[in-house]
Ligand binder design. Structure first.
Ligand code: GLN
Length: 549
């Protein structure tokens, strides 16, 4: 039987509940336990797929095609195991299920209410992964902050489960903030006391308090928090700001979070933590021997969470290469023919980001042209790949008005077009081509060399595709379709022959990069960027030599 850990948050949002949950999971996994994490979000959207990235950051996609919260990305990156639809549940999905049941007559004769019907559905979903028999421990992160009106049914569900389950099967971790008042030169515990009191009023008794803080907590302060929050002193855990999220598991290990959890859950005979690969990764990350600057060309760059998985994939790829990858955000809306060289010339590689709609696409196309003509390593993801195809059509084949029908429905050359099965779709939610699909790589292609195999599986989230009516024109003009869906023939990868690294992928490789399995495309892009930087540097040195001679 699985045991359950619930992670709640108090005082403020954005404290990093997802990272704390993932770090605890990592430590328990490193001791030989089978762990998974799920997130319950209190908003009414059925999933975050219809949310603007400015609202909610990146939409993470699982193998089974669920559009989910970006915290699931952290879970996968830390644990190196895939998540699924069941790992992310929203208020919208809960209500949808209950209302559908009501329409089917399952509650016939009864008044359907928040308690017990909504809370029962929450509880059923909270227990679901644990009942599969696959896991020893299920960690559930509750989105939002304790005290929010919309979180109430979730906290009530946790209260009931805490009451129903044997003491040793259920544990609540409460994450709070201990603010530092500069003027008083003091850390303040009052907001934490209040948030624990609020949680207690809602009937949930936390077993462990994790305290986000910019300064170390003294033993005296820990004692005070323990006393007023009604937990033992070893259950007050300091979570100091870390230089990278990947340090957090080690900090939690030092604080003994995992041991406190194991004791409370009465799990005996656990192994010593095996974090050898994790530490090896951190050692490399912290001791870079080289440096590259990669341009991220996107339109949501004001909000870093919009490209979370891409940024993390670069962290993983940088560590493998012992290379510090500095990302420079370039707003695609402001790139044009006149300024492109000025904006991009100091970069060592370009990544043209995924996206939707026409804002900023012309700048992306201009950036692709620059990378293609200057032999600069180029990596296009999803919309980025589509822009590479359009750029090639316009500037190499000579079809000036080539476009995607997403941007121009009347283009004479719809080189990117709506997928056949998408044409009849009217509803927006959960209807894109989503999740993992197989892809066959052309023997001897760059993609084939990078992956080291011919059959891969990658995750998708798009409606438009490479228009195969133009396939031969592109092949004749030198664009190689190096990856295809084996059943439908859909082009998934394009690359160029006479270029050191030019790859566009219709899928999202960033979603599958983890600490222990960095994605080969990102790893190779960093290598290509290093090489490009060296070539640039030696050309510059050559020029200077000539000038001084
Ligand atoms: N808007 C494009 C499509 O739907 C690309 C999507 C993306 O970049 N994820 O096909």
């Amino acid at each position: 039987m699985a045991k359950y850990i619930f992670v709640t948050g108090g005082v403020t949002s954005s404290l990093g509940k997802g990272i704390i949950a993932a770090s605890l999971a990592k430590l328990l996994q490193s001791r030989g336990l089978k762990v998974t994490i799920q997130k319950f979000d209190p908003y009414i959207n059925v999933d975050p797929g219809t949310l603007n990235p400015y609202e909610h950051g990146e939409c993470y996609v699982t193998d089974d095609g669920a559009e989910t919260d970006l915290d699931l990305g952290h879970y996968e990156r830390f644990l190196n195991i895939p998540t699924s639809q069941a790992n992310n549940v929203t208020t919208g999905r809960i209500y949808q299920t209950v209302i559908n049941k009501e329409r089917e007559g399952e509650y016939l004769g009864k008044t359907v209410q928040v308690i017990p019907h909504i809370t029962d559905e929450i509880k059923r979903r909270m227990m679901l992964l644990g009942e599969s028999g696959e896991y020893d421990i299920v960690i559930t992160e509750l989105g939002g902050t304790v005290g929010d009106i919309e979180s109430l049914p979730f906290v009530e569900a946790v209260r009931q489960l805490q009451w129903e389950m044997p003491e040793e099967d259920c544990l609540v971790v409460h994450l709070t903030l201990i603010p530092y008042l500069k003027a008083a030169k003091e850390l303040k515990t009052k907001p934490t006391q209040h948030s624990v009191r609020m949680l207690s009023q809602e009937g949930v008794r936390p077993d462990i308090i994790v305290c986000r803080t910019e300064h170390p907590l003294t033993a005296e302060l820990k004692r005070k928090i323990a006393l007023f929050c009604n937990v033992k002193q070893n259950a007050v855990i300091e979570a100091m700001d870390a230089s990278t999220i990947y340090e957090v598991p080690l900090k939690m290990l030092q604080e003994g979070l995992d041991v406190t959890v194991l004791k409370k859950l009465q799990i005996n005979g656990y192994a010593a933590p095996d974090l050898a690969r994790w530490r090896e990764f951190l050692d490399k990350l912290n001791a870079p021997k080289s440096r590259v600057t990669i341009g991220l060309i996107g339109k949501y760059i004001e909000l870093q969470d919009a490209y979370k998985s891409i940024l993390e994939a670069f962290v993983h790829a940088g560590a493998v290469n012992q290379c510090k990858v500095q990302i420079v955000n370039v707003h695609s809306e402001f790139i044009n023919n006149e300024n492109v060289s000025e904006k991009l010339k100091d970069l060592d590689a370009l990544l043209v980001a995924p996206g939707f709609g026409s804002r900023g696409v012309e700048g992306k196309i201009t950036a692709v042209k620059y990378a293609r003509e200057n032999q600069m390593p180029f990596f296009g993801i999803c919309l980025g790949m589509q822009m590479a195809v359009i750029e090639y059509a316009r500037n190499v084949i000579g079809w000036k008005d080539a476009n995607s029908t997403e941007m121009d429905t009347k283009t004479p050359y719809p080189v990117i077009a709506l997928m056949e099965e998408q044409k009849k779709i009217k509803k927006k939610g959960g209807t894109m081509r989503l999740g993992a699909y197989p892809c066959q790589l052309a023997e001897g292609s760059l993609a084939n060399k990078i992956y080291g195999k011919t059959m891969i599986s990658e995750r998708h989230r798009h409606r438009w595709e490479f228009n195969n009516n133009y396939l031969n024109d592109f092949i004749n003009a030198g664009l190689i379709p190096s990856g295809k869906n084996p059943e439908t023939g859909l082009v998934e990868i394009v690359e160029l022959k006479n270029h050191p690294f030019f790859i566009g992928v219709q899928y999202h490789p960033e979603l599958k990069s983890t600490v222990e399995n960095p994605h080969p495309l990102f790893v190779n892009l960093v290598q290509a960027a290093k090489y490009y930087a060296e070539v640039k540097a030696s050309a510059k040195a050559g020029r200077m030599e000539k000038e001084t001679a």
